[in-house]
Design a protein around this ligand. Structure first.
Ligand code: NAP
Length: 307
């Protein structure tokens, strides 16, 4: 019987592990499918406080893990396959083995949705990004492209005009999901150029390990052309990793955990941390902060229950 099981090994899960381990709760951290979370897909992180020169994303994650292990956190490979949260202790199927736990911290994150072009996948962290806040700074006076037609794409395109010389916004239709106000703001921004009814067919140049341009196709005319870009931002939505909790924890229509205040979910003893609940900020530091909150709540909950 475990006191705390943490699902996810990104910033939220690792921070929850540091705090619960230091509280002597010997947490088990289930690393999950994307070990280390989204930071493990980035290169330089310049906005995590405490690193004036910046730090490599995977190094930051590894440091957090070492810090948690130093206090007794146990990391295990594999993912959560199935969960029974109908009664306490909770039962979790971890890659075929059932374990029991008094509390559960869900820090399983949200995956960025990608176009899934092979070239795009190879260049993630080398000019291809899903986070303008994280990576926009690297494209001062450069040519930037954003893909998507929702609020995220509009927000990212607007934000990126602070850095880039120009921002090309590519959307596969001519109708937009984005709210009117966000769309108008982008349309009125002189640095943003819209390419509607357009899809990205390829991202260059994986052989050089950096983005140099893209191949585009107009879906109405089938015209194909190339455009030079230095930074390629994909803003076509996120998918929260909550499948094993469907029907057990309150989720919103897009699958994000609905917070019941602090780090509490709809199930007593189950806490949320990071992007699995947060569709607004999605930053390493906010995920870490949320991991800390979930850990403190789990600790207080166990203490109140006499464990
Ligand atoms: P979204 O609203 O689901 O929009 C996703 C966009 O990506 C759509 O335009 C979609 O095109 C496009 N897309 C999806 N898959 C694609 C593919 N394979 N290839 C090309 N394009 C693809 O997602 P979101 O923009 O991330 O927003 C999610 C939620 O957060 C929304 O409720 C939004 O309002 C909210 N949000 C709010 C703010 C804000 O208010 N400040 C900021 C960001 C997000 P189609 O339209 O053709 O399907």
């Amino acid at each position: 019987m475990h006191k705390v099981v943490i699902i996810g090994s990104g910033c939220a899960g690792n921070t929850a592990a540091i705090y619960t381990a230091r509280a002597g709760l010997e947490p088990i951290v289930v690393k999950g499918h994307e070990v280390g979370g989204q930071l493990s897909l980035t290169t330089e992180v310049e906005n995590f406080p405490g690193f004036p020169e910046g730090i490599n994303g995977p190094d930051l994650i590894e440091n957090m893990k070492k810090q948690a292990e130093r206090f007794g956190a146990l990391y295990r490979d594999g993912e959560l396959v199935e969960a029974d949260l109908s009664k306490r202790p909770f039962r979790l199927n971890l890659a075929g083995e059932w374990v029991e736990t008094r509390t559960l911290i869900v820090a399983s994150g949200a995956k960025a949705r990608w176009l899934d072009l092979p070239s795009e996948q190879k260049l993630i962290g080398h000019g291809v990004s899903s986070c303008a806040t994280c990576d926009g700074f690297f494209y001062r006076e450069k040519k930037i492209m954003v893909v998507g037609g929702g609020d995220s794409a509009m927000e990212e395109a607007n934000f990126l005009t602070r850095f880039g010389r120009e921002v090309a916004l590519v959307h596969r239709r001519d109708a937009f999901r984005a709210s009117k106000i966000m769309l108008e703001r982008a349309r009125n921004n002189p640095k943003i150029k819209f390419f509607n009814n357009t899809v990205v067919e390829d991202v260059y140049d994986a052989s050089q390990h950096l983005v140099t341009g893209v191949k585009l196709r107009n879906v109405l005319t089938n015209d194909i052309w190339e455009r030079n870009v230095d930074g390629f931002f994909v803003a076509i939505g996120h998918i929260p990793n909550t499948a094993p909790f469907a029907g057990q924890i309150d989720l919103d229509p897009d699958g994000y955990i609905v917070s019941h205040g602090g780090a509490r979910t709809s199930v007593t003893g189950v806490f949320h941390a990071g992007d699995v609940q947060d569709r607004t900020y999605r930053q390493a530091i906010t995920a870490s902060g949320a991991g800390c909150m979930a850990a403190i709540e789990a600790e207080r909950f166990l203490e109140a229950e006499g464990h």
